[in-house]
Write a protein that binds this ligand. Structure first.
Ligand code: AKG
Length: 293
């Protein structure tokens, strides 16, 4: 692990830049549970398992998503890049108290749990397998909690183009430092490190994962003018760091250290959906792994 100080301004480029042995997305053509755990434990930045969720099951998840009673659409006040959302995202706490997140979790939990209906519950299959592999190493995995309330398991989003990207460059760690996270266990993760996990259901052309080798620290966020939110990195700032761009196809599962700045590239056609099921994972302590939607 090395600290890098860019040539422009110390304050503007401070953060963690990892060696190449860490900063890579390892590709496999089937799920490798140990690799998944290696990403969670911080041995490597990311992994992508190609074509592991088949087309028939993806179509069923799409059907369940678009027919869900609690599906939110643009007219329900979603951010411009999110065309539809099932479940809730932690980002709501940038402008709302934590209770709003948990009210949304409660409102959508039944529909979230029905998303994988008629797929042999692929999500439960994933969590059970990770749990089993962790248990063999004396570790456990569970949903994150706040005052006895369980978080949502995952969320599903339909994304579309907004400007240069589908989702602008951001990190997922900034929000964890929000004062609203003070009594929430995911505000106290080991090394403040989170891993985002995504199952790609639909994509079309474009919509790559763009990933930069910089995990900005709080000082950097402050200097760039944003604190408890990870959005606002300019391309000029990011030009100081190595970037990888990973093509994402339907059926892929990809997971990566989301304390690093990442974005979703523009789609070739505005009308195509980029549909993903996503959740986050992190370590509360060296043997307790958490996940949340
Ligand atoms: O859908 C994706 O590929 C990544 C989503 C993302 O950037 C995030 O949830 O922070």
């Amino acid at each position: 692990m090395a600290y890098i100080f860019g040539s422009t301004s110390l304050m503007k480029s401070k953060g963690i830049v990892h060696p190449d042995s860490y900063f890579k997305i390892v590709e496999k053509n089937k799920i490798d549970w140990q690799l998944w755990i290696d990403v969670l434990q911080g041995k490597v930045a990311g992994a992508i398992f190609r074509d592991v969720f088949n087309q028939e099951l993806r179509q069923q998840v799409c059907y369940n998503f678009w027919n869900s009673l609690t599906l939110k659409q643009q007219t329900d006040g979603l951010p411009p890049s999110v065309k539809a959302l099932l479940g809730t995202s932690l980002e709501v706490i940038t402008t709302n108290p934590l209770e709003v997140y948990f009210e949304e979790v409660k409102r959508t939990r039944k529909d979230i749990q029905s998303l994988f209906a008629n797929t042999g519950d692929f999500f439960v299959f994933l969590i059970d397998n990770i749990n089993e592999h962790l248990a063999a190493q004396g570790c456990s995995l569970r949903l994150a909690e706040y005052n006895g309330l369980k978080t949502g398991e995952y969320k599903m989003r339909s994304w579309g183009n907004t400007g240069t990207f589908v989702v602008a460059p951001h990190d997922d760690a900034g929000i964890l430092g929000s004062p609203r996270m003070k009594d929430f266990e995911i505000g106290h993760l080991l090394n403040g490190r989170t891993v985002g996990v995504n199952i790609c259901i639909e994509n079309g052309e474009g919509g790559n994962l763009c990933y930069w080798n910089i995990s900005p620290n709080d000082e950097t966020r402050k200097a760039l003018g944003f604190e408890n939110d990870g959005f606002g990195y300019s391309l000029e700032y990011l030009a100081n760091f190595d970037e990888v761009s990973v093509s994402i196809f339907p059926g892929d599962i990809y997971l990566f250290d989301t304390a690093k700045v990442h974005a979703i590239g523009r789609k070739t056609k505005d009308e195509e959906n980029r549909l993903t099921v996503s959740w986050s994972m992190g370590l509360l302590n060296p043997t307790t792994f958490l996940y949340w939607g």
